[in-house]
Write a new protein. Structure first.
Length: 262
């Protein structure tokens, strides 16, 4: 009974169960309905992208900008202080959602890879690199997320609850505390961005691989491939590695927070 109550009141424990469960269910549902690739299907990643993506997907790029320096600076400062305050209050919820996202994508990827392997979708070695690479990065993300959890003092959350966003930052936090919060939240933001990139890249290549097979699910896999094509290629791997490295330096209190304070 105590175990059940602990599960009900512990968001992290819920994420450890619900995240993988959702990933396995969706992967088994979608991959299980996909047939094996035919003899005429492209074998390698490059061939598949050329046939199904490069010739079909048209990318329209646009850019916009605004210039209102002082107002944006003032708004930015207040927004940053407010975000630091809110993060301290909802630290447990942030941990829960990030853990759920990581475990959901990881379990989805593992289940899809196993089913795809059983159905003969791995027709060349490069599929292994593009489908297992994101999983390795997700494991690194788990380590960094845990680092964020063990280095966050619960007293900070209590201080945020007992103060307004302005008094929390200017009065309650020390100089090191302000530097720590800025570095910590920046690191978690980069980690969240990296997780999003990894998730879409993993989904892209798993969809790219499965869409080679004709059947009821081909249109679904093609849809995923088309709308995640931005996250294809090897350059994203380097970029995500940079994000994770920067997140580690920011979250680890021995690095950026100490450097700024000195």
């Amino acid at each position: 009974m105590e175990v059940v109550l602990e599960f009900i009141h512990n968001p992290l424990a819920q994420s450890l169960l619900l995240g993988p469960l959702m990933g396995v269910v969706f992967a088994a549902l979608f991959s299980g309905l996909t047939k094996s690739p035919g003899t005429q299907a492209p074998a390698t990643v490059t061939q598949t992208r050329t046939i199904y993506v490069t010739k079909v997907v048209e990318r329209n790029r646009s850019s916009s900008g605004s210039d209102d320096g002082m107002a944006l600076l003032i708004i930015g400062v207040f927004s940053l202080v407010f975000i630091l305050w809110k993060y301290a209050i909802y630290f447990d919820a942030v941990q829960y959602y990030l853990a759920t996202a990581i475990l959901s994508v990881l379990s989805f990827s593992v289940t899809t890879i196993i089913i795809s392997l059983a159905k003969g979708h791995y027709t060349s070695d490069d599929w292994w690199f593009y489908t297992t690479g994101p999983m390795i990065l997700l494991c690194v993300s788990v380590y960094i997320l845990n680092l964020a959890k063990i280095n966050f003092d619960p007293n900070i959350q209590q201080g945020a609850l007992n103060n307004t966003f302005w008094t929390f930052y200017t009065d309650w936090l020390s100089e090191y505390g302000r530097n720590f919060m800025f570095a910590h939240v920046s690191g978690v933001a980069l980690l969240a961005l990296a997780i999003i990139f990894i998730a879409f890249s993993s989904i892209h290549y798993l969809a790219l691989m499965n869409q080679r097979s004709p059947g009821a699910m081909q249109r679904f896999w093609f849809f995923l491939t088309r709308y995640t094509s931005f996250f294809s290629g090897k350059l994203w791997f380097i970029f995500v590695g940079f994000l994770l490295g920067a997140a580690y330096l920011l979250i680890n209190p021995d690095f950026v927070a100490n450097w700024i304070t000195r």
